[in-house]
Write a protein of this length. Structure first.
Length: 57
């Protein structure tokens, strides 16, 4: 009985640790994608402003 509780606790801790690692990795990927899109959209707006003499909002 005691060994089953220990095993259950180890599995629960392992799942929690894996979940925490996954959330950190996803947040990092989210930040990288956000930077990528902001650079692309800023570049596109700069080109439009220059080529078509349009001001961005």
């Amino acid at each position: 009985m005691y060994q089953n509780e220990i095993f259950s606790n180890v599995i629960t801790d392992s799942k929690k640790c894996g979940y925490d690692d996954l959330t950190v990795e996803i947040k990092g990927m989210e930040a990288a994608i956000e930077k990528f899109f902001s650079k692309i959209f800023n570049t596109m707006s700069s080109v439009s402003e220059r080529d078509y003499n349009v001001t961005s909002l």
